[in-house]
Design a protein around this ligand. Sequence first.
Ligand SMILES: *[C@@H]1O[C@H](CO)[C@@H](O)[C@H](O)[C@H]1NC(C)=O
Ligand SMILES: *[C@@H]1O[C@H](CO)[C@@H](O)[C@H](O)[C@H]1NC(C)=O
Length: 352
Amino acid sequence: MGLSRSAMPAKVQLLAVMTFALAMLFIENQIQRLEESRAKLELTIARHEVAEVEQRHSEDAGRESGPRAERDDAVVIYNRVPKTASTSFTNIAYDLCGKNGFHVLHINTTKNNPVMSLQDQVRFVRNVTSWREMKPAFYHGHVAYLDFSKYGAAGKPMYINVVRDPIERLVSYYYFLRFGDDYRPALRRRKQGDKKTFDECVSSGGPDCAPDKLWLQIPFFCGHHPECCRWALQQAKFNLVNEYLLVGVTEELEDFVMILEAALPRFFRGATELYRTGKKSHLRKTTDKKPPTKETITKLQQSDIWKIENEFYEFALEQFQFARAHAVRERDGELYVLAQSFFYEKIYPKAN
Ligand SMILES: *[C@@H]1O[C@H](CO)[C@@H](O)[C@H](O)[C@H]1NC(C)=O
Ligand SMILES: *[C@@H]1O[C@H](CO)[C@@H](O)[C@H](O)[C@H]1NC(C)=O
C-alpha cells in the first residue's frame, strides 16, 4: 500500500506532465497551422494585388500603346486613293460592320480635297481618338496620310490602303469623269458629254491626261506636305513600310482582303467569302473604258512624274508580295492563309 500510496501521486504527476506536454504540442501545432494559413493568405493577397496591378497596367497599355489589333477600341483608317477599286473594298466593310460589331464612317472632305487645313487636322485627330462611342471604327475617305503622334494623340490608328498601276489608275479616272460607272449610273459626272478618248487626249496634249495628273498616290502616302518629288517619294515609301499595316494592289485585291481577314478578324471576319461570292456586286466598273494604245503609254512613261509614281507603285507591289509570300499559300489553285506558327514555352516563374 505504502508503495502504491507513494506511486499514485507519481503516476498522477507523470500523467499531468504528459497531458501538459501533449497540450503544448497541440497548441504549438495549432500555432504552426495558423502561421501557415496566414502565410498562405498573405501569398494569396499578394498574388491578388500583383494581378490587379498587372490588369491595370495592361488596361493602361491597351489605352495607349498595347497590341492594337486586340483592343476593342481599335481604329482602322483607309485613306483610299480614287480609282483603285476602293469603293468595292469599302462596301465589304459596310456589309460586315453590323455582324462584326464595328462602326464605318466616311470622311467627306469638301470637293474631295485630300489635304486638310492645320486646324482640321487637329480636330480630326482629336475627334477620332476621343470618340469612344464609335469604337471600334473603320474610317475611309480620300484624305492624305496623317501621323497621329504628331498631334500629341495617345494611340495610333492602323492605316491600310490599296494602290494601282499609275497609268491604269489615270485611264480609269479619265473615263470615270466622262461616263461614270455602273455603281451610280444616274450621277452626272464632271466631264460628262466629252467623248474624247484617252488616246486622243494624250496625242493632243489635253490637261486631263497630262503627266502631272499621275502625281497622286505618292501624295496620299506622303502626308500633309507641299508636293515635291524625290523627297515625297522617300517619305511615301517610309510611311508605307512603317505606318501602314498593309497596302494592297488593285490587281490582287482578293489576296489583300484575305490577308486582312487573317490579320484583323475583329473587323474583317467573313470578308474573303463576301468578296468571292459578291465579286460582281462589289466590283465597280467604269463604263465605256477604252484601253490606251502602246504609243499613249510610251508617251506618258517618258515623264519624270510617271517614273517617280511608278517607282512608288513597284515598291508597294514588292512590299505586298513579300507580305503575301509569308501569309498565304496556294494549293490546287486555291489560296489559303497560313495558321499560327509560333507558340510560347519555358514560361517562368511557374504557377504555384
Ligand atoms: C459629300 O458631301 C457633299 C455635301 O453634302 C455631297 O454633295 C457629296 O455627295 C458627299 N460626297 C460623297 C462621296 O458622298
Ligand atoms: C466627333 O465629331 C462628331 C461630328 O462632328 C461629333 O458628333 C462628336 O461628338 C465628336 N466626338 C468627340 C468625342 O469629340
